[in-house]
Design a binder for this molecule. Structure first.
Ligand SMILES: C[S@@+](CC[C@H](N)C(=O)[O-])C[C@H]1O[C@@H](n2cnc3c(N)ncnc32)[C@H](O)[C@@H]1O
Length: 244
């Protein structure tokens, strides 16, 4: 359903900040596949880990659900007799439209709600056994991140699980430079040109603000999560699991 991502292929006279509007939504699955290392494997792991924590009669929240790939990955791993409700939130109506189309086209068998929500304005979660936030906290304004993660913590049931995937900074500037160099090499291997890589980097500069892995872990512990561990790491990308 996704078109090939050529958003940054032509020279841009005025390279504006990256957005998740219609043009991005139309190519987003291709963009994810070619811009996120091990994207399919990360989704598979999210499915497995979510299935470990999903509890009958609860909700599974995907915060920044984009085109619903995580709904599909998690839904595929759950025991069919489980009674759970999926809730997908996103601040982009265009992404939510794509998500709805995909869930209908694939006959997603679980009950679900997709809703528009800008997490900078707050977040209401309740009765969740699993909450996922995949490559999205990095787009929430740093000032609001603690409130968002705190709401996730409050909305999870006891023993509930939070799965957080983020782009991260290296713990030292040397690691950071090397990790980013190797990340751009991956993007070249996936067919992006130097122009596409540099224009996208510029467009994301004010919009995607990564923390270090340790800062993300500290934030999770600070809001109350008892157990925090890393389930995925590739250069400047990581997946963290936290249990309430
Ligand atoms: C990189 S994409 C997430 C990818 C998706 N979770 C997946 O695994 O395929 C980031 C998503 O977060 C949404 N987003 C960005 N800022 C947001 C905010 N403040 N509140 C809610 N959603 C936001 C964007 O619209 C976009 O769909």
């Amino acid at each position: 359903m996704s078109e090939t991502d050529k958003l940054f292929a032509e020279t841009r006279v005025r390279n504006e900040d990256f957005t998740f509007g219609k043009d991005t939504a139309a190519v987003f699955d291709d963009m994810l596949d070619r811009s996120v290392p091990f994207y399919a494997e990360i989704q598979r792991m999210l499915g497995e880990l979510s299935a470990d924590f999903a509890v009958d009669g609860t909700a599974i929240f995907d915060l920044g659900c984009s085109t619903a790939n995580t709904f599909l990955a998690v839904g595929a791993m759950l025991r069919p007799e489980l009674n759970v409700r999926f809730v997908g939130l996103d601040s982009s109506e265009d992404m939510l439209r794509r998500a709805e189309q995909k869930l209908v086209a694939t006959r997603f068998p679980w009950s679900y709600t997709l809703a528009h929500q800008d997490m900078n304005d707050g977040l209401q979660i309740e009765n969740a056994s699993v909450a996922l936030m995949v490559l999205t906290l990095q787009f929430v304004r740093p000032l609001n991140r603690e409130a968002v993660v705190s709401s996730v913590y409050r909305g999870l049931n006891h023993n509930g699980c939070f799965l957080l995937v983020e782009k991260v900074l290296g713990e030292h500037s040397t690691f950071n430079r090397l990790f980013i160099d190797h990340y751009y090499e991956m993007k070249r291997r996936k067919g992006y040109s130097d122009l596409e890589i540099s224009q996208k980097r510029e467009a994301l500069e004010n919009v995607l603000i990564p923390y270090r892995l340790e800062e993300n872990k500290r934030l999770l512990r600070h809001v109350g999560f008892q157990h925090v561990d890393v389930f995925f790491k590739w250069y400047n990308f990581c997946g963290i699991i936290a249990i309430k």
